[in-house]
Ligand binder design. Sequence first.
Ligand code: ADP
Ligand code: F6P
Length: 498
Amino acid sequence: RPISGFKMYSPKLIVVSNRLPFVLKKNSEDELERVPSAGGLVTAVGPVVIQGNGLWVGWPGPNYKSGTPIPESSPEDASPSAKLLSSNIIPVEIDQNLMNNFYNGCCNATFWPLFHLMPDKAVFNVDYWQAFRKANFLFAETVISALNKQSKKSTEKESTLIWLHDYHLMLAANTIREAPDLKNANFKLAFFLHIPFPPWDILRIFPWVDDLLQGLLGNDMIGFHTKDYCMNFIECCRRGLKCRVDTENLLVEHGARTIKVCPLPIGVPYERFQELARNASNVIKEPGIKLILGVDRLDYTKGIQNRLLGFQRLLEKKPDLIGKVTLLQIAVPSRQDVKEYQDLKEAMDKLVGNINGQFSTPKWSPIRYIFGTVRQEELAGYYRDSDVALITPFRDGMNLVAKEFVSCQIKNPPGVLIISPFAGAAEQMEEALIANPYEIDDIVDTLIRALEMPNDEKMLRINYLKQREQSQDVHFWMKSFLKVMGEIIESDGEDIRP
Ligand code: ADP
Ligand code: F6P
């Protein structure tokens, strides 16, 4: 895509994240093959790496051993990152014990609940924290050696942009910045958080909060989905580390450096979803039956149980809807080694069984529940053919599903989006209906409003929503990010002291 209207910084790009767009699994012939992974990070970062011809440093899963070649994607792989060549991937091997304490432990049992404002679910354990430090060091070392190789090969003076992603890598920047081998290397460090950043009163519960903030401040720029998350971060630096801050220009001073903080709301590949929606086969839908859709990783932050309870109460309150509306819940298995996620899976199976037992007729079941990964081509068909998307997270950094749903609305009448006010996406998507996931009756009332909405109102709302997603898509996100990095390079050393 041509890039216009931006004064662009166009660096070499090294993206670093724990999750790669695939996990390596052994096939029946005992060979490693790629299995596409799901989640907001890979959906957004995949097109960015491919478009920028970057390198992607990440963990290819437990089957990867150092030195093993990364297979190319299979010809049947139509996932958005299938085009990512193995020569663009730099794998990081992490042994099982370390991964267990780092990923299942510190990332998913500590930071995930804490940053989603659920401190009662968070586990604080020094072994997890040590594992987190060690894993971040391993990622950083891999980046250092990639950068060394790159600068040996290249004679150009062009700088490299190292873009760290998400809460798994909050401590990697300083190791890279301070690496003795990189003294003369020309690079900038940026970090983007794909989940919410909590306010100080929550973050301070973390026992090693100073180290954490100092780790983040090793970057030149730190991006978040929303202005609120930026302000939370700045306030944490002010109160936790006593940094001088500039809340107007979103700057934090740390030692001799000034760090730029930036709201960069992520987008989706809008045109790709439009095309997928145009080409997707029809979803099997009984005539006259309305379809309500939920699509999530199976995660307790997504409020899926309250969504089902809302649907159950809807059928109790309005029995005339029995046989006339179906809830299709697609849930991709996620973090199944963590107990909270195993418990959620069990609770969901029970709840779906109860509701279906309560209302099913010989010809109709109220809930269709898919526990598995669905290809984007198929997902686009579900988005397009649903009457309502019901997105009810208790807390969500952004929520790309809402944006994908909107991008796939090509039919007349279009579907209606219902979103929780606690998803970052709700800040932008003003024309959606809002339902508080903590209040089951609000879910019920909003569902009724959506199901009864006149077609012209549906069209008006969706047109505004589509325009925004089209103009602020994932490519716009990348361009905005590169623009900020360009400005940082130009204004290097800016002093924010009064
Ligand atoms: P999170 O990053 O917390 O998983 P998002 O809503 O931001 O939440 O992103 C989820 C991504 O995962 C979306 O791109 C969505 O299409 C994808 N996804 C969710 N559920 C499934 C599923 N069952 N099969 C395939 N992809 C899925
Ligand atoms: O978008 C939030 C996020 O936590 C990403 O960081 C992550 O890749 C995705 O959800 C899926 O989670 P996981 O990598 O643990 O499978």
